[in-house]
Ligand binder design. Structure first.
Ligand code: EPZ
Length: 422
């Protein structure tokens, strides 16, 4: 297995291009299942999770051609030859469950393995299931698989989600595009990835209003057609690289980024004393005068502070001046990076959904590893400011969501390299 070695202490300067969003692309790709005409995505990120979704779609009978070194994905689902999303694919990547709504809407039937728990929490699928049942699907759990059927087709309904789940919103909206009549989804997720999905569905002929608000209305249509859609910028990649100069010092321009994608995060980062300014190409982040200041953070649904940036923010707060409290409200077990940061000399006390971080002057490099994507990248960020060498193992987590992390960071002056393992 590969490792990444970071030698701390180098100031950063330059530009980092922001890729298309993993979490938008993982919802956009299954949208191909809704139509027998081609769907082409441009600005796709080059990540192992995208390859996993490709394998899943191909297993269902879709064709996926990766062009321009993976930047363009040309998909076609003319014939669906299989309606089962196998456990061996779903267990690798939870977002595989996003084929459920589209398959059900197009083919009237779908069998999708229940993902099971993952490192950050139990992550059940009850909100997806009850939303699709409200649209007329009958769903039963058998042998670890959700067997879903809509014998008389799907029918629009008024649905109120008990929580604004991102994945459930995506599944329900995709299913509703081909349902008879009107669906009103209340307490819908408002994340930019939902807005991006709706824009793509609309380009395919869907009639949808209200994306980006908590009520989405979908007027079902008989069929969707082909389209070409550019994937929105990855706000979590952007936020991750915004933390890099905040920890290491220096100034970075995030090309293709935008402050609108991360309103609460930008505000918090500025609260620590880091400057964030819009530029013609994106935005610029700079730390010039000494240590960051401590600040309290609570993760929330959009437009609040994203859970997917909590670990990276913690890495910054480890060396901030003062004591910070981070509260994680979205996932029940998302502080696995804390004990690893403690190995680097951080002072962190985790108590339930809270972590109290008392800033120290400097962290020290160590051998560390993490069990999920964002936790892994937080250790790299911590290493950028630490004394000596930090060796991050289990890098396959990183490759799921960060394209060429070591190349992007070394291009702005970080001392970072990948060591290939067997
Ligand atoms: C999406 O996951 C993202 N993944 C996650 O990104 C992100 O952390 C999360 O949204 C929150 O922003 C993709 O978009 C592919 P949820 P999703 O359904 O859709 C509970 C990353 O690092 N819940 O909004 O699975 C659930 O257990 C990742 O890129 C139910 O209880 O998130 C969790 O506590 C990790 N029942 C909360 O809601 C359900 O039916 C939020 O989950 C569904 C969810």
């Amino acid at each position: 297995m590969d490792s990444i070695i970071v030698t701390g202490g180098a100031e950063l300067k330059g530009q980092i291009p922001i890729a298309g969003a993993k979490n938008a692309c993982l919802a956009l790709m299954p949208a191909t299942l809704l139509s027998d005409e081609p769907l082409t995505l441009t600005n796709a990120p080059r990540l192992s999770d995208i390859k996993t979704m490709t394998v899943l779609l191909e297993s269902l009978g879709a064709e996926v051609r990766s062009m321009q070194e993976g930047r363009v994905l040309a998909m076609s689902s003319h014939d669906l030859t299989n309606l089962t999303a196998d456990y061996d694919i779903v267990r690798k990547m939870r977002a595989s469950n996003l084929v459920l709504g589209p398959l059900l809407a197009r083919a009237g039937r779908a069998v999708v393995s229940l993902p099971g728990g993952c490192a950050i929490g139990a992550r059940p699928m009850d909100i997806h299931v009850s939303g699709l049942e409200a649209l007329g699907a009958e769903i039963e759990l058998k042998d670890g698989y959700l067997h879903a059927e809509a014998r008389k087709g799907l029918k629009g309904a008024v649905i109120e989600q008990r929580f604004a789940s991102v994945g459930a919103t995506e599944n329900i909206v995709m299913a509703a595009t081909l349902a008879r009549g009107t669906t009103v989804l209340k307490n819908a997720a408002r994340e930019p990835e939902i807005v991006d999905l709706v824009r793509c569905l609309r380009a395919m002929g869907a009639q949808i209003e209200g994306e980006g608000t908590s009520t989405i209305e979908v007027q079902g249509v008989d069929r969707l057609h082909g389209a070409t859609h550019a994937v929105v910028a990855d706000r979590i990649e952007m936020g991750t690289y915004m933390i890099a100069p905040a920890i290491a010092g220096g100034e970075i321009e995030l090309v293709g980024g935008s402050m609108d994608l991360l309103p609460a995060f930008c505000e918090k980062l500025e609260g620590t004393g880091i400057s964030v300014t819009p530029t013609a190409n994106g935005l610029k982040v700079a730390r010039s005068n000494g240590r960051a200041r401590a600040i309290d953070v609570r993760t929330e649904i959009f437009p609040g502070f994203p859970t997917d940036l909590q670990a990276q923010m913690m890495a910054l707060l480890c060396t901030a001046n003062g004591t910070s409290v981070l509260e994680e409200t979205i996932f029940e077990n998302r502080f696995m990076h804390a004990p690893e940061l403690v190995r680097m000399g951080a002072e962190i006390d985790v108590h339930g959904g809270h972590a109290t971080v008392t800033g120290v002057e400097r962290l020290r490099g160590a051998r560390v590893m993490a069990t999920d994507l964002r936790a892994s990248v937080s250790l790299i960020l911590a290493g950028l400011g630490a004394e000596g060498e930090t060796v991050v193992s289990r890098v396959y987590h990183l490759d799921r969501g960060y394209e060429r992390v070591e190349e992007k960071l070394s291009a702005v002056g970080a001392r970072i390299e990948r060591v290939r393992g067997e």
